[in-house]
Design a protein around this ligand. Structure first.
Ligand SMILES: [Zn+2]
Length: 334
C-alpha cells in the first residue's frame, strides 16, 4: 500500500456570503479548495511522486485577502484553475488503487468531502485517512496536543527550506515527518477504538444533514433515538443497563448514566445542534463516568423529581415536551 500525504489550501468566504451559500446549498461549506498538494510514499516510505493542482472556486470566487497573503495564490491563478470535478478526477487517478491518506491534523479530508458534496462529486474514495498528528502524538509524548508541522520538523531536525502554506510544500513536509515515524505501526494501532487517553470511548454524530445524512425533525427525536441513546458498551459490546433516565442539563446538553457489567459506570453525553435545513443532529460521546459528573446528574434528577411539571405540558404529546424544553444553537459550534 502507498501513502499519500495530502495538504489543501482553501479560500475562506466572507461571513455574509458563507451563511447565504450554505443556506442555499443546504450543505456545509466553510471554504472552497483552491489548491491540492500531495506527495506519494511507497510501502518502504520512499517518496515516489508529487502532485499539485490549482482549483477554480465555484461559490466563493473572490480570493480572501488573508488567504492570498498567506498562500501567495492570486485571483488570476484561481481564475485559471481547473474546475473541481476535473481536478478531483486527475487527482484520483494519480493516487492509484491502493493507498491511504496521511494528513497533518483532522481538517483537510472533511473540507475536501464538503467541497465534493457541494458539487455532487463522489467522495467515497477519500475514506481511508490517517491523521499523522495523532500517530506522532502516540509515538512521542502520548499527549493530545496539536503540534504544528513547523514545531515537529524542528524537533526532528528537518530543514524547512521551502515556503510554508503552499499545499505541495506542506504535503512534502508532512511526508518528511512521516518518514521519521513508524507509520505502518501507527496505522495498525490507529483503528483500535479503546483509546483511553482522554477517557473518550466513543464519539460520533448522527443526523448531520449538513453532510448529507437525514436529520431529526426535533431535538426530542434526536436524543431519544434508541440507536443513539441506548448503545452497547464500546469496550466489550455488552448490553448496558440504564438506572435512570436521560437528564437535560443546560442548553443542548443531555446526560445519562449507563452501567456495563464488566466496565462499570459510563457516561452518555449528547449534544443537539441545528442543521442548516432546520433539522437536528446529535453528537454523542461515551466516556468513563467521573464522580463530579455523577453528582451533577444525581442533583439534576432530584431537582426534576422535586419540581412537578406544569399540568399544561403533561397533557401535550411527549415529543413536544422535549422540543419545548430545548434551545438549540445554530451551526458548527460543537
Ligand atoms: Zn463493557
Amino acid at each position: 500500500m502507498d501513502y499519500v500525504s495530502l495538504d489543501l489550501e482553501w479560500n475562506q468566504a466572507y461571513p455574509e456570503q458563507l451563511e447565504a451559500v450554505q443556506k442555499r446549498l443546504g450543505t456545509r461549506l466553510r471554504g472552497e479548495v483552491i489548491q491540492i498538494g500531495a506527495v506519494k510514499l511507497n510501502a518502504d516510505m520512499k517518496i515516489v511522486g508529487s502532485y499539485s493542482v490549482i482549483v477554480r472556486p465555484r461559490f466563493f470566487k473572490r480570493i480572501n485577502r488573508h488567504v492570498a497573503r498567506l498562500t501567495g495564490i492570486t485571483q488570476d491563478m484561481i481564475d485559471e484553475g481547473k474546475p473541481l470535478s476535473e481536478a478531483s478526477e486527475s487527482f484520483k487517478r494519480w493516487c492509484g488503487d491502493d493507498f491511504a491518506f496521511l494528513t497533518w491534523g483532522p481538517d483537510d479530508i472533511p473540507m475536501l468531502e464538503d467541497n465534493f458534496r457541494a458539487q455532487g462529486i463522489d467522495g467515497g474514495w477519500l475514506r481511508r485517512v490517517y491523521d499523522l498528528q495523532k500517530i506522532y502524538n502516540r509515538q512521542t509524548d502520548g499527549s493530545n496536543k496539536q503540534r504544528s508541522l513547523e514545531f515537529v520538523m524542528e524537533q526532528f531536525g528537518l530543514p524547512q527550506n521551502l515556503p510554508a502554506h503552499d499545499a505541495l510544500n506542506d504535503s512534502y513536509f508532512t511526508a518528511l515527518v512521516a518518514q521519521k515515524l513508524d507509520v505502518p505501526k501507527g496505522v495498525a494501532e490507529y483503528d483500535l477504538k479503546n483509546d483511553l487517553s482522554d477517557g473518550v470511548l466513543l464519539s460520533d454524530v448522527t443526523g448531520d444533514a449538513d453532510v448529507g445524512q437525514a436529520g431529526y425533525r426535533t431535538a426530542y427525536e434526536a436524543t431519544h433515538d434508541a440507536s443513539v441513546s441506548e448503545p452497547t458498551c464500546p469496550l466489550c459490546g455488552a448490553d448496558l443497563s440504564f438506572p435512570d433516565r436521560t437528564v437535560h442539563m443546560k442548553g443542548q446538553k443531555y446526560l445519562r448514566i449507563m452501567v456495563c457489567p464488566e466496565h462499570g459506570k459510563l457516561l452518555l453525553d449528547l449534544r443537539v445542534v441545528r442543521n442548516l435545513n432546520d433539522t437536528f443532529r446529535v453528537r454523542r460521546t461515551i466516556r468513563v463516568l467521573d464522580g463530579a459528573t455523577e453528582e451533577k446528574i444525581t442533583a439534576r434528577l432530584a431537582e426534576e423529581a422535586a419540581t412537578p411539571r406544569p399540568r399544561r405540558r403533561r397533557r401535550r404529546p411527549r415529543r413536544e415536551i422535549g422540543e419545548a424544553a430545548v434551545t438549540v444553537e445554530q451551526g458548527e459550534n460543537e
